[in-house]
Design a protein around this ligand. Structure first.
Ligand code: UT7
Length: 334
């Protein structure tokens, strides 16, 4: 949807946090019928980070937010709103946004969580953009954070090896120049994909019980091969379409920032866009799939390394449970 509002939104700061505790592929060789070689070849993952059991998702999100505030030179009192994309909130309710408001000491603000799995960050981002464009909100924090280690079935080699924990955050602020900041987006949902990637237990359909625990219903379940095929098509299509709609070619793009689910999905998306891999942000090798954390973590790391520059076109793309998928086109502003 091309932006017709009077005010644009732009990212003015970034931050991220990954836990210290590294789990390499060898760890899984000791507990599952798998190998470092299989995991590396089929996914691109070499290691991931897991947060300690006593700490929740908001612990990582708070650290990412603090970096955002520090980088922008502002305090929590300047924030108007917090939007959090996560599938691993600290608890079912209250929202992680509420818990973060209290943790960081922000006052008189609004906020909420968004449940869009691996697309959680870009869905939250585009929500934040709407509030900036309304003219009523000047500084919106957008967070993508997940502690996937909390919902992993460690006995399932199909999924246990894939996921890690991380949080990333950005600050959105108004921009008067229509050619700067978030320029365009395409967002989709399709519930026919729900059967391929889910966490069944704990909701109103299957409330927590001894049975749901015995049946391992509180963990991630994924039909990997089906999701793989759908993700390649969904993410590549939407990333190509957003270029087409804006009369851009792969050569115009400084960075593709893809959701980090599988290196082969990332490569297929880059190929479809006509991009070489040196224009693609990748950290799946270090962190695995951190769900809503992948995209903001990538942007923050690359920005900290001095690789993202004012005027760069970035395309952010994701595909995840729901299905949820989409792409964002933006021009980096600082
Ligand atoms: O982030 C949200 C969206 N999620 C995604 O986009 C993930 C999409 N899916 C994937 O990334 C891939 O499908 C996986 C990495 C999950 C699996 O890779 P694959 O190449 O699609 O493997 P597969 O599921 O087709 O399985 C091939 C074989 C099977 O054995 P058989 O039936 O051929 O004997 C699996 O049992 O590989 C086996 N396998 C493993 N072998 C060693 C599955 N997991 C493992 C493992 N180690 N960890």
């Amino acid at each position: 949807m091309q932006n017709s509002a009077r005010i644009n939104a732009k990212i003015t700061s970034v931050g991220h946090y990954v836990p210290d505790f590294v789990i390499d592929n060898k760890f899984f060789e000791g507990i599952l019928d798998t190998s470092d070689e299989w995991i590396t070849e089929r996914t691109g993952i070499k290691e991931r980070r897991w947060l300690t059991a006593d700490k929740p998702t908001s612990f990582m999100a708070e650290k990412a937010i603090k970096q955002v505030l520090e980088n922008r030179g502002i305090g929590p009192e300047d924030i108007d709103m917090i939007i959090v994309g996560t599938v691993t909130p600290d608890m079912i309710y209250p929202s992680t946004a509420c818990l973060l408001q209290e943790k960081i000491g922000a006052k008189n603000i609004w906020g909420f969580d968004i449940l869009a799995a691996c697309s959680g960050f870009i869905f939250a981002l585009i929500n934040g953009v709407q509030f900036i464009q309304s003219g009523n909100f000047k500084k919106v924090l957008v967070v993508g954070a997940d502690k996937m280690s909390a919902i992993l079935n460690i006995q399932d080699r199909n999924s246990a090896i894939l996921f890690g924990d991380a949080a990333g955050a950005v600050l959105l602020e108004p921009e008067e120049d229509k050619n700067e900041g978030i320029l365009d987006w395409i967002m989709n949902i399709d519930g026919s994909g729900a059967k391929n990637l889910f966490q069944l237990g704990g909701g109103s359909l299957h409330p927590a019980s001894h049975q749901t625990v015995d049946d391992r219903m509180h963990f991630v379940y994924q039909e990997g091969r089906t999701v793989f095929k759908d993700a390649v098509k969904g993410m590549a299509d939407v990333s190509y379409d957003i270029l087409e709609e804006n009369n851009l070619k792969g050569k115009d793009v400084a960075w593709l920032v893809p959701h980090q689910a599988n290196h082969r999905i990332i490569t297929a998306t880059a190929e479809r866009m006509g991009l070489s891999m040196d224009k693609v942000m990748v950290n799946i090798n270090k962190y695995g799939n951190t769900t809503a954390g992948t995209i903001p973590t990538c942007i923050s790391e690359y920005w900290q390394a001095g690789k993202v520059n004012k005027g760069d076109y970035l395309v952010l793309s994701s595909f995840g449970a729901g299905y949820t998928w989409g792409s964002v086109l933006l021009k980096w502003s600082y």
